[in-house]
Ligand binder design. Structure first.
Ligand SMILES: *Cc1c(COP(=O)(O)O)cnc(C)c1O
Length: 359
């Protein structure tokens, strides 16, 4: 296989070592004499795997014992609905921070269930900056406060945790496991797996126990957190292969030094790339330096007409999926946990060469 670095925003690169491990045990899982894809989720082999993966995630994130960890389907987008359904608890209002494409989608869905108070809105600066928390307008009648710690498309990441007198809900799809966080500050954390956890198809939800079981009436049974919380995420068939692969990724993250180790590696990677961009007149990144994402790095070329050539040459050099989101243009390098420093170095070196030839 050729050496390539995949900068896809999601589904994203997985650690090479994990892919090789999966390849090695794909036909027979442990002593099961069958593939992990072919065995019952209720059998001892899968139950053991499920238990270990949850414990590894609890260790990694230091999840307090009064939180449930749910392994669901439906993607982060299903949580845009499940959060209001479960967390309104008799109220008719919720606070949402509008800081990018994904929070906007969460807001649109919440509006189907309640009044939404937009407590901060940075759409006027095209999601390149975040307002100081002291300027937010939080409605005390809101049942909860929802925000998106890392906005995947604009490459905008919070450097602070909002705090209000109500449960805090975070869509961590593109930042979970990338650095240490204090889970106890949150009511609910959710993440689609396909960025930093594993293959698409799995959605991880971490929810404080006292928030479970007060669901809005007449909702689908699968929308109620208690359905899966009371059944170890096996009320119906879970996405077994994705869950298994996520477990292998958790083991890999542990081996990188856990979230403290991962955070150091990620910070260095991001710094390498941002300083290459800042030290050039040819490339630029529009995000306020304080809020630049460690995971998603959008950058523009001085001349948009060169975008096609850049992408073509990058692909030939084994640097994949650098095309920016259509709403931002230019390029975007997603540099999740699985991207090694060597991948960043290869990209930076390619960018230097491209600038010399075309700048
Ligand atoms: C990718 C992404 C989503 C969408 O996830 P799905 O699993 O496709 O529903 C939601 N929020 C954020 C922050 C994302 O990065």
């Amino acid at each position: 296989m050729s050496q390539a670095y995949n900068f896809s925003a999601g589904p994203a690169m997985l650690p090479r070592a994990v892919l090789e491990q999966i390849q090695g045990e794909l036909l027979e899982y442990g002593n099961a004499k069958a593939s992990v894809m072919e065995i019952s989720h209720r059998g001892a082999d899968f139950m053991g795997l499920a238990k270990k993966s949850e414990q590894d995630l609890r260790d990694l994130m230091n999840i307090p014992s009064n939180y449930k960890v749910l392994f669901l389907q439906g993607g982060a987008s299903s949580q845009f609905s499940m959060v209001p359904v479960n967390l309104l608890r008799g109220k008719n209002k919720a606070n949402y921070a509008h800081t990018g494409h994904w929070s906007k989608k969460a807001i649109a869905e919440a509006k189907r269930y309640c009044d939404v108070n937009i407590c901060t809105d940075n759409s006027a600066n095209k999601y390149t900056d975040i307002d100081d928390f002291s300027n937010w307008n939080i409605d005390a009648d809101g049942a909860y406060l929802h925000y998106t710690p890392n906005e995947t498309i604009a490459g905008l990441e919070f450097d602070y945790i909002p705090e209000a007198d109500m449960p805090l809900v975070a869509d961590m799809s593109s930042t979970i496991l990338s650095r240490e966080i204090d889970v106890s500050k949150y009511g609910v954390i959710y993440a689609g797996a396909q960025k930093n956890i594993g293959p698409a198809g799995l959605t991880v939800v971490i929810v404080r126990e006292d928030l479970i079981g007060q669901v809005v009436e007449n909702q689908p049974v699968l929308f109620d957190y208690s359905t899966q919380a009371n059944n170890e995420s096996m009320y119906n068939t879970p996405p077994t292969f994705a869950w298994y692969a996520a477990g292998r990724v958790f083991e890999w993250v542990k081996a990188q030094g856990g979230l403290a180790g991962m955070g150091k590696i990620n910070q260095t990677k991001a710094q390498t790339l941002y300083s290459a961009i800042d030290n050039s007149d040819f490339y630029s990144n529009p995000v306020a330096p304080k809020y630049r994402s460690w995971m998603n790095v959008p950058f523009l070329l001085a001349d948009d007409n060169l975008n096609g050539l850049f992408l073509e040459k990058a692909f030939d050099a084994g640097l994949l999926a650098l095309k920016g989101h259509r709403s931002v243009g230019g390029m975007r390098a997603s540099i999740y946990n699985a991207m090694p420093q060597e991948g960043i170095d290869a990209l930076v070196s390619f960018m230097g060469d491209f600038e010399k030839e075309n700048g």
